[in-house]
Design a protein around this ligand. Structure first.
Ligand code: XMP
Length: 512
C-alpha cells in the first residue's frame, strides 16, 4: 500500500485517485496523525502532498521522521518536495512571487520516476502552483527536470528512491501526471497494481461496521446513483440495521421516483420508507428565487423530514449520505486554503447545525466514475448505474426564479423529450450529463396563425470525467433542431429552445 500524507492541499484526493487508477491501495492521513498511520500500515511507499503552509515559516508542518528512517520510497509533491528537502538537509526559501498554472518542463536526466515514460531532452506540460522554492538540494539529490521558473522542477535520489516534483502530477493539467504517479507506485515501490474496486468494497464494509457498531442507520435516497450505491453498500455491511428513506420532494424527473422505489423494494429487498413531501417542498419554495436560498431550504427540509422519520423508526443515530469528493471540495472552504463556496451542495453545505445525527458517508473519497464502478461491483443494474448525475435539489435548481408545480411539470415534459431523443440517437453514454433548464424569460412566437408569448427553455449537455471541469457536448448537426421542434410542438408553455455552450469553468454545469 501507499500512505499519502496530507498537508492540506485541495487536490490530495486526486493523488489517491491516481494511485487507485494504478491499481494500488492507498490511504490518506493528515500530517498530524501520519506517524501512527505509517506505523499501522507499514506502507511500501509514501507520497507527501502539497499544502497551503510555507516550509520556511516556523511551526509549518513536517513529515514524520520515521518515514525517512524506514527506507521506503518517498514522492514529495510541491509542499511535499519542499518539506522533504528541508528535513533531509537542503534549503527552501520564501518566493517573492509564485508560479501558477500551465508550464513546460525539460527533462535533463533519466531517473526511476521517469522509467519507460519520459526521456532526456523531452518537454512536457505540467501544472505549477507554488510560492516557495527549493534553493539548495539535500545531499544525495540531483535535478532531473527544470523549467524557466522552476530550476528544481523534478529532483531525484535514485539510491534512496526519493523523488520530488515542484508541479502537481495529480491534476489533469499535467497530462502525464497519472502515469508518473503510476510509475512511482509500481516501478519505484514495486507494487503490483492488482488492487480493485472489490477490495475497496471490502475495506469500506469493514469501516462502516466499525463506525456504526450495533447502531441504526437511516439512509436518504435522492433518486440518484450516489445515494443508491451508498445504501446498497451500507446494507451489505449492516443489513437490517439500515432503513432507507426516500423523500419525494416532487422535484424529480419523469418516472424517477417509481424506479427508485421498485429497485430498492423489489430488486434488493431493502426496507424503504417512501415519504411524499411534495406539498411541503412546494409551499416552502413559494416566492424563493435566490439559488442559495433554494439550496439551503431544500437541504434543511430534507434533514427535517429525515429527523421526523428517524423519530418514527426510533433509535436511529446515524444518517447515511452518498456524498462524493467533488461535493466536499466545492462546498467546503478549508481553513487556510484558497477555496471559496461556489454552491452549497445539499448533501453537505445545507446541513443545519442543529442536526443531531452522525454522518455515514462511505463514498466521500470517490469520484463519480469510481462510484459507478463500485455500483457495478455491487450488482446495481447497468441502466441505473450509468444514469447521468442528478443534483439533490432536483429540478428546483433548473428553474431559475420561482419554482412552482406547474413549472416543474413543464420542465419534466421537455426534459423527457430531450433525453428520449438522446437515447434514441445512441448518445446517452457519450454525455456526462444532459438536462433542460426552464428560464424565467418569455419570448414571442408564432404558432399557426396565432401569437404565443411563452417560456424559453435552455438545453445543456456536457462531457466531463469528474464533474470538476466540463465542456459543452457537440451534437450532430440535425439533432438540436429536431429536439427544439419536438419540444415546442409538444410542450405547452415553451415556445423557444436554446443551447448552452459554456464550459466549466467559467460556467458551472447546473445553472444555479
Ligand atoms: P456544478 O453545477 O457545481 O455541478 O458544476 C457539478 C456536478 O454536481 C451536481 N450537483 C449536485 N449534486 N447535490 C448533488 O448531489 C447538489 O446540491 C448538487 N449541485 C450540483 C451537478 O448536477 C453536476 O453533476
Amino acid at each position: 500500500s501507499i500512505l499519502i500524507v496530507d498537508f492540506g492541499s485541495q487536490v490530495t484526493q486526486l493523488i489517491a485517485r491516481r494511485v487507485r487508477e494504478a491499481g494500488v491501495y492507498s490511504e490518506i492521513a493528515p500530517f498530524q496523525s501520519a506517524a501512527e498511520a505509517f506505523e499501522r500500515m507499514r506502507p511500501r511507499g509514501v507520497i507527501l502532498s502539497g499544502g497551503p503552509a510555507s516550509v520556511p515559516e516556523e511551526g509549518s508542518p513536517r513529515a514524520p521522521q520515521a518515514i525517512f528512517d524506514s527506507g521506503v520510497p518517498v514522492l514529495g509533491i510541491c509542499y511535499g518536495q519542499q518539506v522533504m528537502t528541508q528535513q533531509l538537509g537542503g534549503t527552501v526559501e520564501k518566493g517573492m512571487s509564485g508560479e501558477f498554472g500551465e508550464a513546460y518542463i525539460g527533462v535533463e536526466d533519466a531517473c526511476g520516476l521517469f522509467d519507460a515514460l519520459w526521456d532526456e531532452g523531452d518537454r512536457h506540460q505540467v501544472w505549477m502552483s507554488h510560492g516557495d522554492k527549493v534553493t539548495a538540494l539535500a545531499p544525495g539529490f540531483r535535478v532531473v527536470a527544470t523549467s524557466p521558473g522552476a530550476p528544481f522542477a523534478v529532483i531525484a535520489d535514485d539510491t534512496r528512491r526519493y523523488y520530488g516534483t515542484q508541479f502537481h502530477p495529480e491534476v489533469v493539467h499535467t497530462p502525464d501526471g497519472g502515469r508518473l504517479i503510476g510509475n512511482f507506485a509500481r516501478h519505484v515501490c514495486g507494487l503490483t497494481g492488482d488492487w480493485t474496486m472489490a477490495e475497496f468494497r471490502e475495506a469500506k464494509i469493514a469501516d462502516i461496521r466499525a463506525q456504526v457498531g450495533q447502531g441504526r442507520v437511516i439512509c436518504g435516497l435522492s433518486g440518484g446513483v450516489d445515494s443508491a450505491v451508498a445504501a446498497v453498500l451500507i446494507h451489505e455491511a449492516i443489513g437490517e440495521q439500515l432503513t432507507c428513506v426516500f423523500v419525494d420532494h416532487g422535484l424529480m424527473r419523469t418516472g424517477e421516483a417509481e424506479q427508485v422505489v421498485s429497485l430498492f423494494r423489489n430488486h434488493y429487498n431493502i426496507p424503504l420508507v417512501h415519504v411524499n413531501a411534495e406539498p411541503l417542498f412546494m409551499n416552502g419554495l413559494a416566492g424563493v428565487t435566490d439559488p442559495e436560498a433554494k439550496r439551503k431550504f431544500i437541504g434543511k427540509t430534507f434533514i427535517d423530514v429525515f429527523e421526523d422519520e428517524a423519530k418514527k423508526i426510533g433509535g436511529a443515530e446515524f444518517l447515511a449520505q452518498g456524498t462524493l469528493y467533488p461535493d466536499v471540495i466545492e462546498s467546503v472552504s478549508f481553513t487556510g486554503g484558497p477555496s471559496v463556496t461556489i454552491k452549497s451542495h445539499h448533501n453537505v453545505g445545507g446541513l443545519p447545525e442543529r442536526m443531531n445525527m452522525k454522518l455515514v458517508e462511505p463514498l466521500r473519497e470517490l469520484f463519480k466514475d469510481e462510484v459507478r464502478e463500485l455500483g457495478r461491483e455491487l450488482g446495481l443494474p447497468d441502466a441505473f448505474v450509468g444514469r447521468h448525475p442528478f443534483p439533490g435539489p432536483g429540478l428546483a435548481i433548473r428553474i431559475p426564479g420561482e419554482v412552482t408545480k406547474e413549472r416543474c411539470d413543464i420542465l419534466r415534459k421537455a426534459d423527457a423529450i430531450y433525453l428520449e431523443e438522446i437515447r434514441n440517437a445512441g448518445l446517452y453514454d457519450a454525455i456526462w450529463q444532459a438536462f433542460a433548464v426552464l428560464l424565467p424569460v418569455r419570448s414571442v412566437g408564432v404558432m399557426g396563425d396565432g401569437r404565443t408569448y411563452d417560456s424559453v427553455l435552455a438545453l445543456r449537455a456536457v462531457t466531463s470525467t469528474d464533474g470538476m471541469t466540463a465542456q459543452a457536448f457537440q451534437f450532430p448537426g440535425d439533432f438540436l433542431p429536431r429536439v427544439a421542434t419536438r419540444i415546442v410542438n409538444e410542450v405547452k408553455g415553451i415556445n423557444r429552445v436554446t443551447y448552452d455552450y459554456t464550459s466549466k469553468p467559467p460556467g458551472t454545469i447546473e445553472w444555479e
